[in-house]
Every structure is written in C-alpha cells, then in structure tokens.
Design a protein. Structure first.
Lengths: 827, 227
C-alpha cells in the first residue's frame, strides 16, 4: 500500500516536471529564507543569555527631560551612581561596576597608536565571567597600573609572544602611565552588548581634573551595570528610583521649583533585553544593537515568502487535480476510503515539501557566508541541534499541510461515477475562485514589498542628499587636535594646512557633523516682566568656521577679528566682579525659542548665558544663521548657538578643492612633522553623514532581495497556472479563432485573465503598504513627502503587471498561434 | 462560389507522410447544398478544413469568390473566413463557460459590430432556431439537439454566405438529427451555400449533390435529380 503511494507520488512528480520544478524551487527558496531568518532571530535572541547570572544583571539608564525638548534616553549614567546605588539599595543591589570607554594614545617601545580601551571597576569580575587565558584578571582590575587585554589585541601587538608582564604607556587627559599587561581574556562572544578590547581599573584620582568622567552628577559617561541580590525584586528598585534621583541630584539653579526627578529619571534594564529593546536609545551602546522591529519585520517577510511558495503549491495541486480525478475515481471504485485518499495526497505534499527542504538547505549552505557578511554575524547552520531539527520538522509539516489539505479534500471528494462516466471532471468553480484569491494574495504581498523597498530606499536617498544647510562635499575633518601633545601646536598646524595649494579654508570646532555629541547650555532671555531660561545646544567655533562650512547668514555677520567683543568671555580668567560681555551667533530655531520675531529683529538683542566658573555674561546677538543639520540628520532640529571660544577644539575642518587623497596625504605629512605623540586621524564629512543611514541602506537591500524573491516565486506559480489554463482553454481558444479571433485577441484574452488578480492585488497592497510605510517614515524628522507613495504604488503595480505579463505572455502567444483544428479535432 | 484545382494535402509527422487529399478538383456554386461522404479517414474533414480556411493546402489552387487563397497568410484567411464562412461541428464545440446567447454572440464579437446590433441579431437568430427561451442557459444544461441548434445559430448569425458542417448529426439521435437537417435545408433555401460531411445516406439526400471521397480522391459525384 505504502509502496504504491510512494510510487504514484514519485511518478506524478516526474510526469509533471514543470509543476514539480515550480513547487520545489519555490519551496526551496521560501524555506531557505525562513531558515536564514530563523538563524538570525535565534542569534538576536541569544544576546547576553550566556552570562552565568544573566537573569540578575541590570543596567542603569538615564532619561533627561530638558524643559521644552523631547526627553532623551541615554544608556549611561553618572559616575557617582556606583557608590550611591550600593548605599541607597543595600538590600537589593549586589555588585556595581562602571564601564567608561576612552580613546587613548598608546606607546609601545617607540611606536604610538590610538586605541579605545575600557576603564572599569574591579567588580566587573564579580558580575561578568570572562574566559581568562593568561594572568589574573581580578588582580589586574585591582591595580591602577595593570591592563587586561583580549586575545585579538594581544595578537595584534605581541604576536605569538607571551604578553603578560610586558608594558605599554597609556596617555589620556592628564594621565600618563606605564601599564603592565596583567591578564589576557578570550574575545567576548559576538552575542553580547559588551565590547572592548582591553580593560584598565578606574582610579578616580587619575581623572581629578576631568570630574565629568567619574566624579560629577551632571555628566553621564559610564555604562553602569549591577547585580540584583538573591531574593530581591527589581521592582523595589524601580519604584524608588525617583526618590534616588531627588536625593542625589540638585535641581538646576536656573529652573525654579520642581524636583530633580522631573528632569533626570533613571530606569533599569535587564542585560538580556538590551540587544532588542524596542524602546531604548539608538546610540551610545558599545556597539550597534539590533532592533525588535527589524527582527519581527523580517521574520514576517520570510514567512510571507514561504506563504507565497505554499500558495503555488496549493494552486498547482488543485489546478491539476482535475487531471488526477480518474486515479481517484478508480481508487474509490476499488474500495479506497476518503480518509485513505486524504492521507495519500497529504503524504505526497509532505514529500514535495521535504524535497523542497533538501534544496532549501543546499541554498542556505551556499548563501550563508554572504548573508553573514551582510548582517555582520557568524551564523552557523547546525542540523543536529534539537531546536533546529524541531523547527525544520515543524516547517515541513506546516508547508505540507498548507499545500496539501485543500487539494486532498477536493480530490478525495470527487464522485467516482460522474468522473468515470463523463471521462473528465468539470472543475468546481469554488476551487477556481480560491485560486484567484490566492494569486491576488501573492501579488499583494509582492507589490507591498516593492512599495516598501521603494520607500526605504527613497528615504535613504533623500536623507543622504538632503541639504544640511552647509556644504558637506569637499570637506574633511582632522581629528585629535584637542589631544595633549597636539593642543599647543594646533594653531601652527592650521596655518600650514591653510597654505596648502588645494585647501581653501580651515576652521577649528568643538564638534563635527553627525558626531552624536550632545552639549547644552542654559540661556536666559529678558522679558518685559522678569526673564525666561531655555536650554540651547552649544558649539564652540573659530573665526573661519562659517566660511569653511559655507553657512548662510539670515541676518547679521560672522565672527570677525575686527570685533574684540566677538570672543566669548572666560569666567575663569575674567576680572572679579567685572561685567562680562560678548557677541553671539545663533540659529533660526534658537531665535524662535527665544521668541524673537525675525532674524533682523534679533540682531542687537541681549541674552545671558554662563561662561564658566559660575559666572555669566551678557551676549549681544550679532548673527543669525539658517538651521544647519549639524548634529544628526536623524534628529529634530534643535536651537543652537555658536560661541567663539577656544574650548574643546578637537576638530580641524578643512575645505579643499583638489584631489582628496592627495590633500589628505599632504596634511598627514604636516601633522607627522609637527606632532609626534598623537596619531593622525581624519574623516570626510559626507561619508560620516552617509554612515548614519547605513541601517536604512541595508534594510532597503534586504527588502529588495525579499521583494525580488516574492515576485519571482509568485511568477513561477503564475507561469504554472498559465500553462495549466492554456491547456484547459485550448478548446475555447480554438473556437474563438474559428470565429475570427486574431492572435492578438487571444493573447489579450489570456493576459487579461491574469491581469485581473494582479490589478486586484494592487487594491489590497496599496493601503496596507501605505499605512505601514507612513508609520515607518514617522520615525524620521526629515522625510520624503507622503505623496511620493502615489507614484511608488503605481510603479510597483506597473512592475508587477509587467512581470506577470512577461511571465504568461510567451505561453499565451504560443497558445494563440496554434492551429485551432488541432484543438477541435478530438474530443 | 469556390473552386479547388489539383488540390493536395500531405501531413508529415515523424517520418510518416499521410496524403489526406490527392489532386482533388471540386467546384461549388453559390447557393448549392453539397454533401461529402466516404469512409472514416478518407480526408473529409481535411477537405472541409481547407475549404473553411482553417488549414492550407500543400499544393494546388483554391479559388474562393474569385480570389486564389491557397497561399494566403493565416491573418488574411481569418479575415475572409469570418466574413463568409460559418461552422457546425459534430461535437457542437460550444464554450462551456459562456451562456447560449454569449456563445452565439461570439461569432459577431470579432467583427467590429456595435453591441446593440449584436444583441438584436442574436435575438433574431435565436428565434429562428427556436432556442430563445434558453438564452441564459449554459451549454451543459441543454440536450445535444439544443446544443447543435445553438451551433447552427452561431454559424449563421453573421450572415455568412457559406456554412460548413462536419457530421452535424453524428452525435444526435435520429429525431434531433432530422431537426438539424431541416434547419440546414431552410437556410439553403434562403440562399446559403452549405457543404456538409455526413455518414448518413438519408441526410445526404437533403443535398442536391453528393461527393464521394475515398483515400483522398474524389471517386464519384452524384447529382440528385430534382424532386
Ligand atoms: N493534423 C494531422 N496530422 C497528421 N495526420 C492527419 C492530421 N489530420 C488528419 N490526418 C490524417 O489524414 C487522413 C484524413 O483525415 P480526416 O480528414 O480527418 O478523415 P475523415 O474526416 O474523413 O475521417 C487520416 O489518415 C488522418 O489520420
Ligand atoms: Mg472527420
């Protein structure tokens, strides 16, 4: 019996080569997509579950709610929270540790390098388990002159030699010390949100002059992780975090009333939730994290691709079921029960699914390296893993059932007498209708994916080509000019760079575009009665800044050496008790925030702002520039002021008009001839800004691939259906031709039959895609016009229709050209 | 109306050559009623297909209304055919998915005739063959005789000058067969040229002339004495 089923199944597969190929290819691609996405999702879900006490590790996040601005979540907290947490929650909090990453200058023998290292507390060893391969990690983290490094770092600098006991000199801020390599640990697994290549102990006295790093409550620079004591509840901590903030943080003097927790709020986050936290901050993690929306979206899309393949499976099976009616009838006459037939046909579809899976697995094996490159992971497909096997088994059963149940029920329901007598079976109109509905669904999915691809790609193009308010081309930023070792020589360096033939101008600034830094200062605006304070973003710039960036002035003038008052007063060096005065340039958003009517009317107005050392100065507004998108193209425009003050000048911005690479190498040789203890570093501004949208670029690529797959699989199915229909309609076509229909009439007839579902699919796809993409676009402050969706939808519909026509057109033309008497001769 | 001169048709399939028609010479006048008889496989259908321009001869000439159409292209033939020739088949060849009236209308669909006029003509011809009360039915709901009446209606709705019928009564019982024959006779009396293949001598008697085919040759032509 079973043997008979298998024989029939295999013979059927071979006999209907086209149908079998379509089914198997479609299922293989669909299953391969599902398997790869499954590997990806499982990896994303595995983050930080491997720590031995993963369930009790939490991180302290800080949310700032500056008056008048959107709150922003940072994934860090202030240095003093470490001790404060332990004291405030003695019953709940176990160990607390901080991670503070710093870029250091590392000197090894006579070579200098720039590297990122992590400063951390000794408790790190109690919270996280490291795989130590040499030395003693605990001892290392308890010594302020020892350094722990990972294996990659060890190999990079010490090759195969034993690094333990070797020394390197690290300098950062005013710290400069010889560090002994005390431990080497295995590289952290990829599936953790932690990432650093080396750790040094935090000795707060080393950073006494940089209070913001560890000592002060006004600056958040540390990732703060803590463990929850056994039996304690995180809820207890969460419910008292506001009180914790109120006790430790002073309400800013300029804000009247209110509590600290109105402005600064803490929250805790389990470490296992960081990777995919949908609500968390995007930036500031040690490395880019994943995103729950992406995971869900792409899982859903992979599922849809598989669904499209299953629909092919189902449609072709019902379509050709009429051809198998005789077999069914005979089996019934010979005594087969309906249940047996259902099992037989289900078995056949599971067999096809299984063959599809085999090819799918081959596809996964071939494509996984490329996919890994793309998602930047090292996913492995391990068949023998119980979970994987379970999922594969489940997929096969689901696919087999989806593809097999309906045809099995239809086929087994045939009445043998009518089938045998008529020697054919008129197909029920119900199954033809279902087929059309399913084709509509396939194309709706394909069209929606095409629209989404278009929107994501369009947004990426829009954002990267948007006018940021300054000229981002032919502009480069030389880094590290704020480093000790470079600071004293930077003015001379700038002068030499300016003298290079290809350089048109150069300017220092505290920040460069898309740096992700956030620096704000309170500004007091006098009003008719009393005064008002606003938090405004601050950049420090020099005289040539506006010229170098080519920023337009709406009113007033740039800073000039001819005006002594342009220089921002310095609260530390100014005479005691003197009235401090300066000039100020602000952007349009600041002007609106201040409540000034127009750029012209703002010129000459006076505002107050702090100038350090607890003192403040009166600033006369001398210039208003347009809103420049300096901070990030992903953020809303913020009110900003540009102070002329030589503070934190860590970037030299260079405008050039020659060949970029040549200019870079000339600048580099100037740097090397003047500054020997700080490495040369630079970026092109346009590249940095484009990098902000790399995620969207990758998403649009992935979407395009998925959309392509969806269309191809749907068209495979359409091709199968078209050839089936042509077969079924040969008689009709013959009659029509005898009646005088031309080849063109017939082609049009057949094309129209397949255009209908595609056109209907548009009606389903457009609203869904439009709704989805409009809500996606809402995440971008600067976004393409909503109306762009209209041409995109039409285009997607057109593409789908054209592809459908191309798919069925050849077949239709062949059928239309055939001689009608061949079709009519035999009955 | 038409004239076949030395007309031959050879089918080539995988090294086998079948001479279906061999130097056939036939002339048919306008308004004639001609029956074609002969054993199975002797080339009757082939002859009818060529006369109906559904197929082209391998050699020889076919002059239709003064034009030699033997080497015309498919498109050209199709154009002449749809103006002048109607078909009736043994197996009716109605489209199962279309209703009676839609099936009949099909013969006008490719003629650039406005819908209202198509409608009117279909009504008229349905009345004529007595199928009007079944206009909305599907072919599968009709008896064989009714289906063939629909086919007749379809063959004449375009006012075709000639009707080709390949064993129109072959699938019908004798009563229904008779009915169809009477309809054809009536059409002939109105002036339509009719060429009909049949196996039934009784039905051949409706024709004024019978052409006997054997193995691709015309063996005899009998003219029935006027009754
Ligand atoms: N399309 C074809 N290809 C090959 N042989 C054909 C074809 N059509 C008809 N024949 C052959 O030509 C001969 C005449 O066929 P046909 O005209 O159908 O005969 P009849 O209608 O008299 O029974 C037969 O031997 C038949 O097998
Ligand atoms: Mg025949």
């Amino acid at each position: 019996m079973f043997q008979n089923y298998i024989n029939v199944a295999l013979r059927n597969l071979f006999k209907h080569k086209l149908y079998s190929a379509i089914n198997i290819i479609g299922l293989a691609v669909g299953l391969a997509a599902c398997i790869m996405i499954m590997l990806f999702v499982r990896d994303e879900l595995s983050y930080d579950k491997h720590w031995s006490n993963a369930d009790s590790i939490y991180r302290l996040n800080t949310t700032f709610s500056p008056p008048g601005r959107e709150p922003f979540v940072t994934v860090m907290a202030q240095g003093p929270t470490k001790a404060a947490l332990k004291n405030y929650f003695p019953e709940e909090v176990g160990a607390v540790t901080r991670f503070n990453g710093m870029r250091v200058i590392m000197q090894k023998n006579n070579d200098i390098f720039s590297e990122s290292l992590m400063w951390t507390d000794p408790e790190t060893v109690d919270i996280f388990d490291f795989d130590v391969v040499a030395g003693d990690l605990r001892q290392t983290l308890n010594d302020n002159a020892s350094l722990a490094i990972n294996e990659t770092f060890a190999r990079k600098y010490f090759g195969d030699a034993d690094p333990i006991g070797e020394t390197v000199t690290l300098s950062v801020w005013s710290l400069k010390r010889d560090y002994r390599i005390g431990a080497v640990y295995k590289d952290l697994p990829h599936n953790t949100v932690l990432e650093f290549q080396g750790m040094a102990m935090i000795d707060e006295t080393d950073f006494a002059d940089q209070g913001w790093e560890f000592a002060e409550w006004f600056s958040v620079n540390n990732y703060v992780y803590f463990t929850l004591k056994d039996g304690a509840s995180i809820e207890t901590i969460n419910s008292r975090l506001n009180a914790f903030a109120d006790q430790h943080i002073q309400v800013p003097a300029s804000v009247e009333g209110g509590k600290a927790s109105d402005y600064v709020a803490y929250s805790t986050q389990p470490i296992t939730r960081i990777q995919l936290d949908p609500a968390g901050a995007r930036d500031g993690e040690m490395k880019p994290t994943g995103n729950m929306t992406t995971v869900l979206t792409f899982s859903a899309i992979a599922g849809l691709i598989l669904l499209i393949a299953c629909i092919n499976f189902m449609n072709l099976a019902t379509a050709k079921s009429t051809q198998r009616a005789r077999e069914v009838a005979l089996r019934k006459v010979l005594g087969a029960k309906r249940r047996q037939l259902v099992i037989q046909f289900l078995g056949e579809s599971v067999l096809v699914a299984l063959i599809g899976l085999v090819f799918g697995v081959v596809l996964v094996e071939t494509l996984l390296p490329a996919f890994n490159d793309f998602v930047d992971k090292q996913l492995v497909f391990n068949y023998l893993d119980g979970m994987t096997l379970g999922i594969l088994f489940g997929l096969i059963v689901i696919v087999g059932m989806l593809g097999g149940v309906y045809p099995a029920l239809i086929l087994s329901g045939f009445r043998p007498a009518s089938v045998l007598k008529a020697n054919k079976s008129a197909e029920s109109s119900g199954s033809a209708r279902l087929r059309s509905v399913l084709v509509v669904m396939q194309f709706a999915i394909s069209i929606a994916l095409i629209v989404s691809t278009g929107v994501v790609y369009g947004q990426k193009i829009y954002a990267t080509n948007m006018d940021p308010g300054f000229n981002k081309d032919n502009l480069l930023v030389v880094r590290n000019t704020g480093r000790s070792g470079a600071v004293d020589k930077r003015e001379a360096f700038k002068e030499q760079v300016k003298r290079l033939p290809g350089v048109t101008s150069a300017a220092f600034s505290s920040d460069s575009p898309s740096s992700g830094n956030e620096s704000n200062s309170m500004v007091v605006i006098p009003e008719e009665e009393g005064e008002r304070s606003e938090l405004i973003g601050v950049y420090r710039v020099d005289y040539e800044f506006f010229d170098t960036y080519q920023i337009d002035f709406l009113a007033g003038r740039p800073y000039s050496r001819a005006h002594a008052l342009d220089v921002m007063p310095n609260g530390f060096t100014a005479e005691e008790g003197a009235l401090l005065q300066g000039n100020l340039i602000v952007n349009e958003a600041a002007l609106r925030r201040f409540g000034f009517a127009s750029p012209q009317s703002a010129i000459g107005r006076v505002v107050k702002s702090s100038v350090g050392n607890g003192r403040s100065a009166e600033f006369t507004i001398v210039g208003v520039v347009r809103d420049i998108k300096f901070q990030s193209l992903r953020e809303k425009m913020r009110p900003e002021m540009y102070q002329l003050a030589e503070f934190g000048f860590s970037n030299l911005n260079v405008r050039f008009d020659g060949t970029a690479t040549e200019i870079v190498s000339q600048i580099e040789s100037i740097w090397k001839s003047m500054i020997s203890t700080v490495p040369f570093g630079y970026d092109y501004v346009d590249e940095v800004m484009a990098r902000e949208f790399r995620a969207e670029e990758n998403q649009s690529i992935l979407l395009a691939i998925f959309a392509g797959l969806a269309v191809v699989i749907a068209c495979l199915g359409l091709y199968g259906l078209a050839s089936f229909t042509a077969e079924r309609r040969t008689k009709e076509i013959g009659i029509r031709k005898v009646m005088g229909a031309t080849v063109f009439d017939i082609v049009r007839l057949l094309l129209w039959q397949f255009s209908k579902p595609v056109l209907l699919a548009n009606l389903v796809a457009w609203p869904v895609a439009a709704y989805g993409m409009l809500s996606w676009l809402e995440g971008f402050p600067y976004r393409i016009d909503n109306w762009v969706l209209v041409p995109l939808c039409l285009l997607a519909g057109g593409i789908a229709l054209a592809i459908a026509w191309a798919t069925v057109g050849g077949n239709a033309a062949r059928v239309a050209r055939s001689n009608p008497i061949d079709a009519l001769r035999y009955e | 109306m038409l004239k076949l001169h030395n007309l031959s048709k050879v089918y080539r399939t995988d090294e086998v050559e079948t001479a279906a028609l061999n130097s056939v010479n036939i002339e048919i006048e306008s308004g004639e009623f001609v029956a074609i008889m002969g054993p199975s496989g002797c080339g009757k259908s082939t002859l009818l297909n060529i006369v109906g321009m559904l197929d082209t001869p391998s050699s020889g000439d076919y002059v239709f209304m003064g034009e030699n159409v033997a080497r015309y292209s498919e498109a050209k033939l199709s154009n002449i055919r749809k103006q002048n020739i109607g078909f009736i088949f043994q197996s009716f060849n109605l489209i199962d998915e279309l209703s009676v009236e839609e099936n009949i209308e099909l013969a006008l669909l490719y003629h650039n005739i406005p819908a209202s006029e198509r409608r009117a003509r279909v009504e008229r011809v349905m009345d004529k063959v007595g199928i009007a009360h079944r206009a909305k039915h599907m072919p599968s709901q009709l008896s064989g005789g009714q289906q063939q009446r629909v086919a007749v209606a379809r063959a004449v709705v375009g006012d075709q000058a000639m009707i080709l019928a390949d064993e129109p009564t072959g699938n019908l019982d004798s009563a229904h067969g008779q009915e169809v024959m009477e309809m054809l006779q009536a059409l002939n009396e109105e002036g339509t040229t009719i060429v009909m293949v049949t196996h039934s001598p009784a039905h051949a008697d409706y024709a004024r002339r019978t052409i006997n085919l054997f193995d691709g040759h015309v063996v005899t032509e009998n003219l029935r004495a006027a009754v």
